[in-house]
Design a protein around this ligand. Structure first.
Ligand code: FE
Length: 219
């Protein structure tokens, strides 16, 4: 069962969130982390040094460069790409990148016929383990509500104009399933190394609100 769900007429959104993460905390990630840290430290529940290690991981080690590497591998290795589409959770887990809450990751690929874009309509579920901290717009009410109703309009505001012949699919994330968009490899990039390819992959291109850099833009 790797197909997940995308928006058609009916919308199932199973949301089970940790009690701390959503209700009474500020939306800015930095303030949020600080608030959680203060709360947990005051209650004697955590060692501040352990929290520092966790924060360091999210700020400095876990970020969109991990997703970019995964996309670059998918662009250069058809077998890897097929495995990623078949079971992204396993492939990414085997590479050592697992979510803190064990959420599933589903890869969806852009083609000449389909453009995929990811949202969490209820809050801000996001593949943190491979894309890092979500951007502010991803969590905004405007994005969450409008991308479902008018995906082409919203994409256009991001500078991504999808031709009418191409279908746009909107994937609604949940606490259990997070989506990773495999963008189309830029033209002329077939001879690049994995490292060179990774440099073309932008965070937004893995959410579907952007496109990879072109070869000209990369240098
Ligand atoms: Fe959410």
């Amino acid at each position: 069962m790797s197909s997940g769900h995308h928006h058609e007429d009916d919308h199932h959104h199973d949301h089970h969130h940790g009690s701390l993460t959503h209700s009474h905390l500020p939306s800015d990630p930095v303030l949020r982390v600080k608030a959680i840290e203060t709360l947990l430290t005051q209650k004697g529940l955590v060692d501040p040094a352990a929290l520092d290690a966790l924060i360091d991981a999210y700020q400095n080690r876990i970020g969109p460069q991990i997703g970019a590497k995964i996309i670059a591998l998918a662009w250069s290795d058809p077998d890897f790409r097929a495995e990623l589409l078949r079971d992204a959770t396993k492939v990414i887990g085997d590479m050592g990148f697992t979510g803190l809450q064990g959420e599933h990751i589903v890869a969806v690929e852009n083609t000449d016929d389909v453009h995929n874009v990811v949202v969490c309509t209820l809050c801000s579920c996001y593949p943190w383990s491979i894309l890092g901290i979500p951007p502010v717009w991803y969590k905004s009410e405007a994005y969450r509500s409008r991308v479902v109703i008018d995906p082409r309009g919203v994409l256009s505001e991001f500078g991504v104009d999808i031709v009418p012949e191409k279908q746009v699919r909107v994937w609604d994330s949940t606490a259990e399933i997070r989506y990773l968009v495999i963008p189309q490899r830029p033209h002329g990039a077939q001879d690049l190394s994995v490292e060179q390819l990774a440099a073309l992959v932008t965070r937004d291109s893995m959410v579907g609100t952007g496109l990879p850099k072109t070869l000209g833009e990369a240098t």
